[in-house]
Design a protein around this ligand. Structure first.
Ligand code: BES
Ligand code: MN
Ligand code: MN
Length: 464
């Protein structure tokens, strides 16, 4: 058996594939903002309907303590392998709204330099509705042309962007239902349209919020300024001290368990095509910045980091107000690498941050969520099948590449379901995920739909 190229089918149905995705993108499924609860649930229903249309035998909306999980399956033969597709239908908040060139939930196709065929501009177009929907359309192709070579299960969640809080709960209760031979996810990127790559690593995460309290009320900054601790001054000083002059993180014990790559592994990494000049130009920066002793690609994939994601306090309205705020806040994320335990890191952060607080303020550290890093071997059946799939549709062997992003559920899948995950991402760095003007190239979208069936084919063949 072979898997016929999906190209003719895609060509014939291209406009419909785009239109359907656009409909899905119109629903603002912002999981972080409870004002959008109805829309998040509506999106789950829309995904269910599309999975049914694409050929799943059963699709259900599974309730969880949080947002529902859409589960669908098509089991053709218990003796054949089973692919479990994971994706998420929730999206990041779109703000700052004023920086969007078109409204985030009114999708439009626009041409860009990298996407002369057009790209769909909308929140979630790439992360992850567009990439998730490639799998729905790939299933449609395989069922409508009678070529589905194995069993398939879909598990599409609605809380990924807020830490997949209910997914552990769901997996524990549905181990049998979710049993599979490989997990397939498109929620990452690739190097470029000319250089396909398969993501082999994800970073872990520890996310905390800190609160610094000084006096019991906001004070006149003239009457009290200089005589009491200013929580904003103190907080920024404390944050600044978390990195030393080499941009190493100063939290004691932070690097204790960090996996160090061998010289060979680092050399291999450095072979991936990368232009520092293009990187800087794309971001409009005159230089990069980061941990001493590591390249840009190492800094954003194999090294742990600490970043302030948001900081607030005091007066930020129009004009000037002379005030010493009672409180200052920040949200801080730490990206972690293999062998770092996120709960331990959260604890180390908490202890350290509390210990560096000067007298005159009180500090609270509130952990949000976390996740474990993931690295997948490149000699597994799944990886080999993915490699062949890309060779078939790109005419090139994909490059294995570790990413800096996090999908905490991937490590949990391995622990709980004992299966390997293959990350076949089709996004580009320039797609602006989580940023204003997120978009997904139509070429990338269709290439994904073309490549996924080949994975099913090779995975089934190689499993024999
Ligand atoms: N799809 C991204 C993760 C991603 C993007 C990984 C590109 C690799 C390449 C995912 O939706 C995401 O944004 N994850 C969050 C973590 C989550 C716990 C909020 C992240 O990485 O910030
Ligand atoms: Mn995502
Ligand atoms: Mn995301």
């Amino acid at each position: 058996m072979t898997m016929k190229s999906a190209k003719p089918y895609i060509e014939e149905n291209k406009q419909r594939f785009i239109d359907e995705l656009i409909e899905l993108l119109k629903i603002p499924s912002i999981s972080a903002d409870s004002a959008y609860k109805k829309d998040v649930i509506l999106t789950a229903e829309a995904v269910k309907e599309q999975l049914e249309k694409a050929g799943c035998d059963t699709v259900e909306i599974c309730e969880t303590p949080g947002y529902p999980i859409v589960y669908g399956e098509k089991i053709i033969d218990k003796n054949l392998p089973t692919v479990l597709v994971y994706g998420h239908y929730d999206v990041q908040p779109p703000d700052p709204l004023e920086l969007w060139t078109s409204p985030p939930f009114e999708p439009v196709v626009k041409e860009t330099e990298l996407h002369p065929e057009g790209a769909i501009f909308a929140r979630g177009s790439c992360d992850d509705k567009g990439q998730m929907y490639m799998h729905v359309k790939a299933l449609e192709y395989m069922t409508k042309t009678d070529q589905l070579p194995c069993n398939v299960k879909f598990m599409i969640e609605g809380e990924e962007e807020v830490g997949s809080v209910s997914l552990g709960w769901f997996i524990e209760r549905n181990r049998e239902k979710l049993a599979n031979d490989v997990i397939l996810i498109s929620d990452t990127g690739m190097i470029s349209k000319e250089t396909p790559s398969i993501t082999t690593g994800l970073r872990g995460l520890s996310y905390v919020e800190v609160e610094v309290t000084g006096p019991n009320r906001d004070l006149h900054s003239g009457l009290y300024g200089g005589a009491v601790a200013n929580p904003i001054n103190v907080l920024t000083k404390m944050i600044a001290s978390l990195h030393d002059e080499n941009n190493h993180i100063t939290i004691p014990g932070f690097y204790d368990d960090v996996e160090e790559l061998s010289k060979e592994e680092r050399e291999k990494m450095a072979e991936a095509p990368f232009s520092l000049e293009d990187y800087k130009a794309a971001l409009d920066i005159d230089d990069v910045y980061g941990e001493k002793g590591y390249s840009t690609n190492e800094r954003n994939s194999i090294r742990p980091t600490l970043d302030v994601n948001g900081i607030w306090g005091g007066y930020i309205g129009e004009g000037a107000k002379t005030v010493i705020a009672s409180k200052a806040f920040a949200k801080i994320s730490m990206r972690l690498v293999p062998d770092q335990n996120w709960e331990k890191i959260t604890e180390l952060f908490k202890n350290h941050f509390e210990s560096i607080a000067p007298k005159g303020v009180r500090v609270k550290v509130k952990p949000h969520h976390g996740g474990t890093a993931y690295v997948t071997p490149i000699d597994s059946l799944g990886y080999k099948a993915a490699e062949k799939a890309y060779e078939e549709t790109f005419g090139k062997t994909p490059i294995p590449q570790r990413s800096g992003g996090s999908i905490p559920i991937v490590a949990l899948f391995e622990k709980e379901l004992k299966s390997k995950t293959i990350l076949m991402g089709f996004g580009l760095d320039s797609d602006a995920i989580h940023s204003p003007n997120e978009h997904f190239g139509i070429w990338n979208y269709l290439k994904g739909i073309e490549t996924i069936p080949q994975f099913y084919h090779f995975f089934t063949e190689m499993s024999k």
